[in-house]
Design a protein around this ligand. Structure first.
Ligand SMILES: Cc1cc2nc3c(=O)[nH]c(=O)nc-3n(C[C@H](O)[C@H](O)[C@H](O)COP(=O)(O)OP(=O)(O)OC[C@H]3O[C@@H](n4cnc5c(N)ncnc54)[C@H](O)[C@@H]3O)c2cc1C
Length: 274
């Protein structure tokens, strides 16, 4: 296996030439910043709901070259997260969330089929195993006998023949994909449905109705920011910590200014003739 800066999945999916960068002014109904899953699914859903909409994706590098094209490939139902979601949100919202994730697992498979995207979608379930006594109870709180089932050592080894497996839990509603093939396919399908994708075009700033890039500007009725963690580099999506830092610096500056003004007044008062 060859390892490079982008990892196995991207290399394995092959690298078509990059799409052209934005040049000049562009007008869109919806401008999406970031060509990861979130940006591309957003574009696809808009085009599906409104086929005549002008949808533009602006991507700093290549679509799917972020985590979207090189993740673990698990299309998860979130069943194992139900106990913690319930603790955080309450029972009904947690169940609604997991139900939506359940539907998504099947929807991604159906979408690949319908759009002719060979993303190696494979729904074989997820087996979480224990290899030490301390791990035996892991995920036991999620077991309900249906969405999450207990498997003993023989059951686990029947699925994957490792002598160290002591048992575990099985989550049938989980699939896997080739993440880079899914990302590539999404980009192709967005274009086939009339969307426009600009790559190698970094967004520097955005505001209501406009997106400023290194190569030009997109004016749009709706701007969707889909930059994930990278957004910390954009001024308007900077983290609270950065904002607090700037606020702190501004306060220091204002304080210094006050000191200078007061000292000048004092000096002026001393210079006045008695
Ligand atoms: C190692 C790893 C394994 C994972 N495994 C799984 C898994 O098995 N299953 C699962 O469901 N999830 C997994 N995830 C999480 C999943 O990959 C992410 O939640 C998902 O890909 C996020 O998609 P996104 O579109 O929000 O962000 P990204 O994929 O990060 O896309 C954001 C895009 O925005 C672009 N961008 C950023 N800044 C700018 C800018 N200024 N101008 C223009 N473009 C910009 C970036 O270049 C990038 O292409 C994993 C993540 C990692 C890191």
């Amino acid at each position: 296996m060859l390892h490079d800066a982008h990892g196995f999945w991207i290399a394995d999916a092959g690298s078509p030439p990059p799409r052209p960068a934005l040049t000049g002014e562009e007008r869109a109904d919806v401008a999406v910043v970031g060509g990861g899953y979130v940006g591309m699914w957003t574009a696809w859903h808009v085009l599906e709901a409104a086929p005549d909409a002008r949808v533009v994706i602006v991507e700093a590098a290549r679509c799917g070259h972020g985590p979207s094209g090189r993740n673990g490939g698990f299309v998860s139902s979130l069943d194992l997260s139900l106990p913690s979601l319930r603790a955080d949100l309450g029972d009904a919202p947690a169940r609604a969330w997991v139900a939506a994730a359940h539907a998504t697992v099947d929807a991604i498979g159906a979408w690949c089929e319908a759009e002719g995207v060979d993303a190696w979608y494979h729904k074989a379930g997820e087996l979480v195993v224990s290899t030490a006594p301390a791990q035996d109870a892991v995920s036991a709180d999620a077991v309900d006998g249906a969405a999450v089932r207990t498997v003993d050592a023989a059951g686990a080894r029947a699925i994957c023949a490792s002598p160290v497996f002591r048992g575990g839990v099985l989550v049938p509603q989980t699939a896997t994909v080739h993440p880079a093939r899914l990302a590539r396919g999404l980009a192709r399908v967005v274009e086939r449905h009339g969307g426009t994708i600009y790559e190698q075009t970094e967004v520097l700033d955005w505001g209501t109705g406009s997106v400023l890039t290194t190569h030009g500007t997109v004016t749009a009725d709706t701007v969707v920011i889909a930059t994930e963690g990278y957004g910390a580099t954009l001024p308007k999506t900077a983290t609270d910590a950065e904002l607090r830092l700037w606020f702190g610096l501004a306060l220091c500056f204002a304080g210094l200014l006050l000191i200078v003004i007061r000292r000048r007044r004092l000096h002026a008062a001393r210079c006045l003739p008695r």
